[in-house]
Design a protein around this ligand. Sequence first.
Ligand code: CP
Ligand code: NVA
Length: 333
Amino acid sequence: MNLKGRHFLKLLDYTPEEIEYLINLASTLKKDKKAGVDQKDLRGKNVALIFEKTSTRTRCAFEVAAADLGIHPVYLDPQGSQIGKKESIADTARVLGRMFDGIEYRGFGQEIVEDLAKYAGVPVWNGLTNEFHPTQILADFLTIKEHFGKLKGINFVYMGDARYNMGNSLMVGCAKMGLNFTACAPEKYFPNSELIATCKKIAEKTGATINFETDPIKATKNADVIYTDVWVSMGEPDSVWKERIEELLPYQVTSEIMENAGAQCRFMHCLPAFHDLNTTIGKQVYDKFNLSELEVTNEVFESSQSIVFDEAENRMHTIKAVMYATLVNTDKN
Ligand code: CP
Ligand code: NVA
């Protein structure tokens, strides 16, 4: 397997074998790091980390993974560069491509990261767009493999706004890797029909199933994984909170839902999560709507079935695998 020079923009661009390779490479890199193995094989390389939206996990994952590999990372924050305001993406790509060996981009439309990749001349990695969050899915799937020993045949239920980056990417990931994906939400929150059709076609070959269900009790029966995300994503206006709460509250992940699934079920969330009042936005929502827990209850979030911090750790190991595989010819190793 040689992925040197490849972009990592969305899972649709990768075969199941390539995705499996990245997950297995991450697992090896994780074990090696814990065993104290020196991983600085990429000494002398430089990567640019462009963040037009804020981040804790993705930024830290790229920075720590880069440091572990001997790579020098340069962080460009949402305000501090010329990108988009004074300089087009095409020009930025050609400038950064002359200085860096790879570029991470987190921002708005998927077309921006695709454009960056078109002009950069070096690997571009998608650190989240409105449509897709592919590095998150690698971490999620490594975590599922660690907990269940497999991906194929896992009953995976996504609750909430399934038409945004997380719902879309998880549906694609499940289709590619043979999981049984169910989106559980009111119909308007299902992914767009074109993406559904693409995933159903992929699923025919991999043995995955792609399902849609509006009833949370029916959807979560025998689920191995129940996954959710925030109801309002970065870049969306505050004015949508009212409607989202009204429409998605029946899809909150509660202890009743976890019990309905069964003791084997694990709770997952890409994070950050609104499960208590210890955040500014959480408090604002509480003042306005009198709700102290949103997409998941605190009880579920803090329960032994919750594996959200394993997931968060795995962001680093999987992002390290993506950088390693696309910057080095692993065939030679
Ligand atoms: N899950 C995730 O992407 O987290 P950050 O927004 O903190 O990077
Ligand atoms: N859907 C969320 C994911 C955050 C990791 C967002 O885009 O804000």
